[in-house]
Design a protein around this ligand. Sequence first.
Ligand SMILES: Cc1ncc(COP(=O)(O)O)c(C=O)c1O
Length: 356
Amino acid sequence: MSRFWSQVVRDLTPYIPGEQPKIANLIKLNTNENPFPPSPKVLAAIQAELGNDAARLRLYPDPNADLLKNAIANQHGVSAKQVFVGNGSDEVLAHAFQALLKHEQAILFPDITYSFYPVYCGLYGVNYRTIPLANDFSINPADYCGQPNGGIIFPNPNAPTGCLLALNAIEQILKANPDSVVIVDEAYVDFGGNSAISLVDRYDNLLVTHTLSKSRSLAGLRVGFAVGHSDLIEALERVKNSFNSYPLDKLAIVGATAAMEDKAYFEQTCRAVIETREQLSADLRSLGFEVLPSAANFIFTRHPQHDAAQLAKSLREKSIIVRHFKLPRIDQFLRITVGTDAECKALTEVLREILG
Ligand SMILES: Cc1ncc(COP(=O)(O)O)c(C=O)c1O
């Protein structure tokens, strides 16, 4: 705290990202990164962009990242005017809070969800009300219908639970809230869900956000995007152009474009993650863990006889890190990223030892 801090900064409770430890030989299953490298076409595109001439970095990148917007539009069957791109979906979400969710009424999101949402509310002065998930950790769409609100946001699949909401339930929420923007954060949808992007032409109040950090293995490049009605996209562009004209650098634009275009690699790696997730879930269940059904690249699990914080600590002593949230309702759960087959096998073996 310093006397130079603004009131906004004094009142902030910043988001705490998962650890990126600088320890060798760690099995890192704590931040939902993809265990596979990105498509080889990503590196080729970045190298081609640089060529042998670093002077190419002398010029600013395309502020509109048209190359990438067109690739996203092609992959998702929408027009480029319906696409917004940003420096990670966190930045896209941040702009959406300011551009589309900051109204007089409180916005709604689940009590257990991506913990960045309340942080954006704090940063931008957005009021919010949390809606408890059902006992099985599912979202009940009826809870989001019939109550006045300034907007609605939830991840699908939800994080950190991995639970999926069906598209018809999302439609129910959209229909019941024609005067609010409904943001569906699909950071993990490629690992088992159907995207609500198929609904954007029918609902002008729907914004869908995606990231290239998970299913495209590009967490290090920082690229995310949103798809929605062109009026919603224009609102995001207005905020972006009042904040940073060039959120994506030249290398990120060409690398992300190559990743979007390599559909075969994307589908193959997603399938592999899903297969490993199902094997890991079965292995953990055989050790007595309860595992929530996951449509994401992580699983959410608890052991009825073992304290979650203690399990996380014991795993860490064996160089395996997973995520534990000290939060109401979920403090007995661990969120475990789906790693390679070998990493998941090692995790199961170490857990077997710990459980005795
Ligand atoms: C639900 C959800 N949304 C958005 C993000 C942000 O992803 P990124 O900023 O890497 O695109 C994350 C990251 O873990 C997430 O879990």
